[in-house]
Design a binder for this molecule. Structure first.
Ligand code: CAP
Ligand code: MG
Length: 431
């Protein structure tokens, strides 16, 4: 039969990636009857310059824009993409290629985008985080311990006044941050502007009474122009952050908001609702690691990475990999399932652990994650038998005990709030 496709022209095992190539690591499973070679040829072709059939004419540039699958190890393939394939500073365009059509190809039973290695020639066109870990710590005046925050629970239902009272109780119990939940934006019974105004007053009070810095992560998520308006409002009230649910908004508006936040001097707290729709199946989709790297590049200051022992999926290995990728300057090419990364001047992102954390498991979260995290404890403070403020105190006590290496039971003997929390929850791992 006459050859109709040129997929295998996109496989070259002799190829060595150039310093400014973008390299992707995929896990692939060919469909029945498809060879490895045919499968990896399609991955490189469809994500760069190829199509299903040979063509009668090709551009002069074809060799300069062709991706090449250059190494197969077991189910993993590495693909090198010439830098000229990518528009500088255009994150959606990168995704349309490396995370685009290839996921739907019939010839592939499963395909997972595991990791990406971005050359400095590519990263230099993105801002990265404005504040990073050091900047956030300076802003909040929190030196060594984890930064603490809580979401008002239930997720939605409180009116703005009730919400502000919960914020006040949270801050008064010693927490640094209060956070809106992912599905709380501006609702009929709790309008954004009203919530910000009332929390502003409560924050003044909590700061005056405690002598400590207090801040808030208001969820500005929505249509981009609406987000800009909300960010300006937060700036006018003297708040330090915006919270954006970055998967649902998409990278285009995140990039816009990163620019807006530069002008307003606001930090970005990135929530990641919906990520599990494409990162949970280990055989198909996109890893959270990949998504997290894109977030660091665009420039969020804080990103949810998982809590390991909390209610949401994620193994310690996966979560620590993401955490390292957020905080380190250089990631070495250590294993067959990792790519190297040089972040250069792109600042670190503060990793956020959240989801089902309570005082009884805080020591374990800190043992695994370390102190360089933002820890959100929500149900785990508002469910305290004596209320939110006691819950926040209990969580802070648990952090102090962990940092001083004192067993919780012992610390609880002299700390009533922690004692009550342990009586209710013990060490349960929520599911
Ligand atoms: C946690 C949470 C957060 C998730 C986000 C929730 O509440 O507010 O949205 O933790 O997940 O709605 O479940 P609790 P992740 O503290 O009461 O569990 O950090 O994994 O993105
Ligand atoms: Mg939530």
């Amino acid at each position: 039969m006459k050859k109709v496709d040129w997929y295998q022209d996109f496989v070259d095992f002799a190829y060595r990636p150039k310093e400014d190539d973008v390299v992707c690591l995929f896990r692939f499973e060919p469909s029945q009857g498809v060879s490895n070679l045919e499968a990896v040829g399609r991955i490189a072709s469809e994500s760069s310059a190829g199509t299903w059939t040979t063509l009668s004419n090709l551009p002069r540039n074809i060799e300069r824009v062709k991706a090449r699958s250059f190494e197969i190890k077991g189910r993993f393939v590495r693909v090198a993409y010439p830098i000229d394939l990518w528009e500088p500073g255009n994150m959606p365009q990168l995704l349309s290629g490396v995370a685009g059509n290839i996921f739907g190809m019939r010839a592939l039973k499963n395909l997972r985008l595991v990791d990406i290695s971005l050359p400095v020639a590519y990263t230099k066109n993105f801002l990265g985080p404005q504040f990073g870990i050091d900047g956030i710590r300076r802003m909040l005046k929190v030196k060594r311990r984890p930064v603490t925050g809580a979401v008002a629970k239930p997720k939605v239902g409180w009116d703005a006044e009730e919400h502000a009272k919960i914020a006040y109780e949270t801050w008064s119990g010693g927490f640094d941050l209060v956070k809106d939940d992912e599905n709380l934006t501006s609702l009929k019974f709790n309008k954004f502007e009203q919530r910000v105004k009332l929390c502003y007053r409560m924050r003044e009070r909590a700061e005056r009474e405690s002598g400590n810095r207090k801040s808030a992560l208001f969820n500005i998520t929505g249509e981009t122009n609406q987000m800009i308006k909300r960010a300006k409002l937060l700036h006018d009230y003297g708040f330090e952050y915006v919270m954006i649910d970055v998967v649902v908004t998409g990278f285009s508006s995140l990039q816009t908001m990163r620019n807006v936040c530069q002008d307003l001097g606001l930090a970005i707290h990135a929530h990641r609702a919906m990520h599990a729709a494409f990162d949970r199946n280990p055989l198909h989709g996109i890893t959270m690691l990949f998504l997290a790297k894109m977030c660091r590049l665009v420039g969020v200051d804080q990103l949810h990475v998982g809590a390991v022992v909390g209610k949401l999926a994620g193994t310690p290995k996966q979560v620590l990999e993401i955490k390292n990728q957020m905080v380190l300057k250089t990631i070495k090419n250590l294993s067959p399932v990792h790519l190297q990364q040089q972040w250069n001047s792109i600042k670190p992102v503060f990793p956020v652990s959240s989801g089902g954390i309570h005082p009884g498991i805080i020591p374990e979260v800190l043992r695994i994650m370390g102190n360089e995290i933002v820890m959100l404890v929500s149900g785990g403070i508002h469910g305290h038998p004596d209320g939110t403020r006691s819950g926040a105190l209990a969580a802070m006590q648990s952090i102090m005990a962990s940092m001083d290496g004192i067993p919780l039971r012992e610390y609880a003997m002299t700390h009533a709030e922690l004692r009550a929390a342990l009586e209710k929850w013990g060490r349960i791992r929520p599911e």
